[in-house]
Design a binder for this molecule. Structure first.
Ligand code: ARG
Length: 591
C-alpha cells in the first residue's frame, strides 16, 4: 500500500485541482463549488469541466457581469492556471471547457508511474476501513454457483478497495448457527452414537446427512421433538453438542477452504455464531430506542413501505438471520470501526438488507440518506443461467457444485493445451499451473465482466474462447506483451529508469492516456461497486495495445535492428530511413 504522501491521485483529481483554482478566481463568492470533471468525447479533447451551466444558474440575477453560461465557461478557461498538464483548451456548447492533455505530460506521468509503482496512482477514497462480507456459505451445505458469484465479486471489490488504500476486513459470514443444527446433530448422534471417535471422512458427506435429517424432521414427530431439544442443548452450551457442532463446522470449513485456495482468495471467518453472544445487548439498545414492538408473539421492527415487519426475535423466542445481521452491523461499526459495510449476496436478499439498513438508520447507527459515511451497501447479483436460459443445474437437476465447475474449467484448458502440443514442451507442473490460471481465470472473468445485476449464462465454450472479451484473450495479450519484451533483449527495469518515453503516434498517445486512467477507473468501480467497469477497462486496454502494436510495429522492428547494429538508443539513431519511418509511425513504448 502506498503511503498517503506518495499517492498522486487520479488524472481527474489533478485536473480538478487546476479547475478549483480557476473557479475560485472566476466566481470568488461561490467557494463551495466542486469542479465537475468528466472524460469527454475524444473528438473534443480528453476531459471536460462542466461547471459553467450550474454556476450560471446560481449567479444569474445576482448582478453578476456574466451574460450567460458561455462567458462563464470562457472565464473558467482563461483563469485556468498554467500547467504542463494541459496542451490546449476549447469551449463547447453551453460553456463546457474541453481539455486536451499534453503528450509530454502523459509520457512523463507514465514514466513516473513505472518507476514509483502503480500504487502511487491509486485513488484516495473517503473511507479508511471497510468490511466486505462475501462468500458466506452455509455449514453442512455444498457451496453452489451463487456462492461462487459472491466469492468472486466480493474478492474483486476487496482487492479494488485495497488498491485504493482502504483497509479491508474480508468477512466470511458463514451460516453456522440456527435450528437446523439440532436436526443434523440429532441425526448424526443416531447414526454414530460415538461421534467423537468417528472420523471426519465417515461423516464427510454432510449435505446428504443434512437432507436426510430434514426428511426425518418433517416426517417423524418424535425426531422433531428431539431435534428441538438438541437446539436447546447446543445453545445452552452442553459440551457433547458443542463438540459435535464444532466437528461439523470443521468438516465444512475444510471443504470451502479448498475452493478459496484454488481461487487464491483470502477471507476471515466470523460466522453467525460469533455474533450470537452480542444479540441480547444489541436488541436491548434497539428496544430502549423504541424501535422494537410485539407482533403476533414475535418481536419486530416495522419498516415503512414494507409489507412485512423485520422479525428480530421469533415467536419461540429464538434469534434469526435478522437479529444476527443487526448485531453484526453494530459490531462492525462499533467494535471494528468500519466506515463502509458491503454485503455481497444474490438479489433475492435485497429486501432483507433494505430492512436491515433502514433499521440501522432509525437506530441512528447510520446517517440518513446514502451519500455520507458510515454507510452500508448491498451488492446484489443476478442468477447464473444454463444454456436453456433456466437456472443453472446439472442433468440430475441438482444445484451445480462449485468444485465440479472448477474441475471442468481446468480439465478443458488442459486438454486444449495438450492439443496444441504443450505436453511435449512443458513439464507436468507447468501444464497444471497454466490450466489452473486460465481455467479459473476464465470462470472469474466471465462472471465479473457483466453488470452484476444481470443474470448471466454459464457457457464453458464462450468463456474459454481465446478471442473476444474473455480472460483467455486478456491473458494471451499479457503473455504476448511479455514475450515482446523478452525478445527485445532489453532490461526492462533499466529501461523504466533511463528510457525517455516519447508519444508521437496517436495510437501511442491513446495507449498512454488509457494507462494513466487506471486509477480513476478503479475509483469509479469502487464507488459504484461495479467490477465490470474494471473488466471493460482491461479489455479496452488490450485493444489499445493491439492497435498500437499493429500500427507502430514497423517502428519497433527498426528500433530493434538499429539497436542491435549500432548499439545505440533510438534517440541517437540518425539513419534517414529511421527518420522517415519515425515520421510515419511515431515512437514506440517498447524499443
Ligand atoms: N449465508 C448466507 C447465504 O448463503 C449469506 C450471508 C450473507 N451475509 C450476511 N451478513 N447476511 O445465503
Amino acid at each position: 500500500m502506498a503511503s498517503d504522501e506518495e499517492v498522486v491521485g487520479t488524472v481527474k483529481d489533478q485536473l480538478a485541482k487546476l479547475f478549483e483554482e480557476s473557479l475560485r478566481v472566476t466566481v470568488p463568492d461561490q467557494t463551495d463549488t466542486d469542479p465537475l470533471i468528466a472524460a469527454c468525447n475524444p473528438r473534443f479533447g480528453d476531459y471536460q469541466c462542466n461547471n459553467a451551466m450550474s454556476l450560471w444558474t446560481k449567479i444569474k440575477g445576482t448582478g453578476s457581469a456574466f451574460t450567460g453560461p458561455q462567458p462563464v465557461g470562457q472565464a473558467i478557461m482563461t483563469n485556468l492556471p498554467r500547467s504542463e498538464m494541459i496542451e490546449s483548451c476549447s469551449i463547447a456548447g453551453p460553456g463546457f471547457v474541453n481539455v486536451k492533455l499534453s503528450r509530454q505530460w502523459i509520457a512523463k506521468s507514465i514514466q513516473k508511474m513505472l518507476i514509483k509503482g502503480i500504487e502511487t496512482w491509486s485513488p484516495k477514497l473517503r473511507v479508511k476501513r471497510a468490511v466486505v462480507d462475501f462468500s458466506s456459505p452455509n455449514i453442512a451445505k455444498e457451496m453452489h454457483v451463487g456462492h461462487l458469484r459472491s466469492t468472486i465479486i466480493g474478492d474483486t471489490l476487496a482487492r479494488m478497495l485495497e488498491f485504493s488504500n482502504v483497509e479491508v476486513l474480508r468477512r466470511n459470514h458463514v451460516g453456522d448457527w440456527g435450528t437446523q443444527f439440532g436436526m443434523l446433530i440429532e441425526f448424526l448422534f443416531e447414526k454414530f452414537p460415538n461421534m467423537e471417535v468417528v472420523s471426519d471422512q465417515a461423516i464427510g458427506d454432510l449435505e446428504a446427512f443434512y437432507k436426510a435429517s430434514k426428511q426425518r424432521f418433517d416426517s417423524d414427530p418424535g425426531f422433531k421433538e428431539r431435534a428441538q431439544q438438541a437446539v436447546v442443548s447446543l445453545q445452552g452450551g452442553q459440551e457433547k453438542y458443542r463438540k459435535a457442532w464444532s466437528q461439523i463446522c470443521e468438516i465444512s470449513r475444510k471443504g470451502y477452504e479448498k475452493v478459496y485456495q484454488r481461487l487464491g482468495i483470502v477471507l476471515e471467518e466470523k460466522g453467525e455464531s460469533f455474533y450470537n453472544p452480542y444479540i441480547p445487548g444489541v436488541l436491548e439498545e434497539l428496544a430502549k430506542k423504541g424501535l422494537i414492538e410485539e407482533s403476533e408473539g414475535a418481536r419486530v421492527i416495522f419498516i415503512e413501505g414494507k409489507k412485512y415487519p423485520f422479525i428480530v426475535v421469533k415467536s419461540d423466542g429464538g434469534f434469526n438471520y435478522a437479529s444476527t445481521d443487526l448485531t453484526a452491523l453494530w459490531y462492525r461499526l462499533n467494535e471494528e470501526k468500519a466506515e463502509w459495510m458491503i454485503y455481497v449476496t444474490d438479489v433475492g436478499q435485497r429486501e432483507h438488507f433494505e430492512m436491515l439498513f433502514t433499521a440501522a438508520k432509525r437506530a441512528g447507527w447510520l446517517p440518513p440518506g446514502d451519500n455520507s459515511y458510515p454507510k452500508a451497501n448491498h451488492v446484489g447479483f443476478g442468477l447464473v443461467l444454463g444454456e436453456d436460459g433456466k437456472r443453472f443445474r446439472t442433468r440430475s437437476t441438482e444445484v451445480v457444485k462449485l468444485v465440479d465447475l472448477l474441475d471442468e474449467a481446468k480439465s478443458r484448458c488442459k486438454a486444449a493445451l495438450v492439443e496444441r502440443g504443450k505436453a511435449e514442451q512443458w513439464t507436468e507442473e507447468e501444464l497444471e499451473q497454466t490450466a489452473e490460471a486460465v481455467g479459473y481465470g476464465a470462470v472469474k472473468y466471465a462472471d465479473l465482466k457483466n453488470n452484476r445485476l444481470t443474470n448471466y449464462t454459464f457457457n464453458f465454450d464462450q468463456m474459454l474462447n481465446d478471442q473476444g472479451n474473455t480472460a483467455v484473450y486478456l491473458l494471451y495479450a499479457h503473455a504476448r506483451i511479455c514475450s515482446i519484451i523478452r525478445k527485445s533483449g532489453k532490461d526492462v527495469e533499466e529501461l523504466k529508469k533511463t528510457g525517455a518515453l516519447v508519444l508521437e503516434h496517436p495510437n501511442e498517445r491513446a495507449l498512454g492516456l488509457h494507462l494513466l486512467q487506471f486509477a480513476e477507473i478503479v475509483e469509479e468501480a469502487c464507488t459504484n461497486l461495479l467490477p465490470n467497469v474494471l473488466c471493460e477497462y482491461l479489455y479496452n486496454l488490450s485493444g489499445h495495445f493491439t492497435t498500437f502494436y499493429t500500427n507502430c510495429q514497423l517502428r519497433i522492428m527498426v528500433n530493434l535492428v538499429v539497436n542491435v547494429l549500432w548499439g545505440q538508443r533510438r534517440r541517437q539513431a540518425d539513419s534517414c530511413c529511421v527518420k522517415r519511418l519515425q515520421r510515419s509511425c511515431g515512437n514506440a513504448f517498447i524499443y
